[in-house]
Design a protein around this ligand. Structure first.
Ligand code: PEP
Length: 264
């Protein structure tokens, strides 16, 4: 059975002191769970200090963004090469970056390749906007996002990628509508089908797929129970240590219920 993955996206919140305070609270409230992997994605600024303070038995770090070139005259940018000693994962293709920073399918493909080249596992976010959903384009949008993002990887490298299905309309920033478990299940199955066509059934089965979109301590169990869902990407609720600790605890309970039932 795969480890359940819970990722906290702190977005552009918390200065160094605030991030350190939140980390200390999380250390207090979240025990180490062997089968639950908890990843914190703070701002780039605080990755370095947090990497010194973090209890690595409990948490791993992720970058929220970086530039796809390894070094050079790119004023203001930070590369995956610079982050490789600090983080295990990097979020790539988040809808806020696609929408606010005009990241294209090709930009995201280059970032995925740069992360892999620098030994960082990408958490690739995919998802349709409300308009695309209304127009019946969910399938094609997600297919294109996945095919392009993974285009420069070998099938060995693909297995290091985590995919997060985040319907844009369900993310708190963009309206936070509640996604139905049935709809999420269909999209996750479609993602595995696309991966299977491209890289084979084993890769498709093994790849971890998360759900993200206003997940909180009340809804997390419902989302983690969706067939094929291997974890959650959490935004706003991850800034509250009580809520985030409750989310991790729910993931733990769910994981062991499934083990006892013999699922997975
Ligand atoms: C996110 O930022 O990836 C996210 C899912 O945010 P929220 O949980 O706030 O909707």
């Amino acid at each position: 059975m795969k480890r359940t993955l819970v990722v906290a996206n702190w977005k552009m919140n918390l200065n160094t002191h605030e991030a350190s305070t939140l980390l200390h609270r999380l250390h207090e409230y979240i025990p180490a769970h062997r089968d639950i992997e908890v990843v914190l994605a703070p701002s780039t600024l605080v990755l370095q200090p947090l990497s010194i303070e973090i209890d690595r038995r409990k948490f791993r770090l992720a970058a929220q963004n970086a530039y796809h070139r390894d070094s050079g005259a790119f004023t203001g940018e930070v590369s995956y090469t610079m982050l490789r000693e600090l983080v295990h994962y990097a979020i790539v293709g988040h809808s806020e970056r696609r929408i606010y920073f005009n990241e294209t399918l090709e930009t995201i493909r280059d970032k995925v390749a740069a992360a892999i080249r620098n030994d960082i596992d990408p958490i690739l976010c995919v998802g349709e906007t409300k308009q695309e959903r209304t127009d019946g384009e969910t399938k094609i949008v997600i297919h294109d996002q996945i095919v392009t993002a993974l285009a420069h990887l070998t099938s060995e490298e693909i297995s290091r990628v985590v995919i997060a299905y985040e319907p844009v309309w369900a993310i708190s920033t963009f309206g936070g509508e509640v996604a139905k478990p049935d709809d999420i299940e269909k999209v996750i199955a479609q993602i595995r089908h696309t991966i299977s066509e491209l890289y084979g059934a084993t890769v498709a089965e093994d790849i971890r797929i998360l759900y993200g979109g206003s997940v909180d301590e009340n809804s997390v169990t419902t989302y983690l129970a969706v067939p094929g869902c291997d974890g959650a990407l959490v935004g706003s609720a991850s800034l509250n240590y009580r809520k985030f600790a409750a989310i991790v605890e729910a993931a733990y309970q769910q994981h062991y219920t499934e083990i006892i039932r013999g699922d997975g």
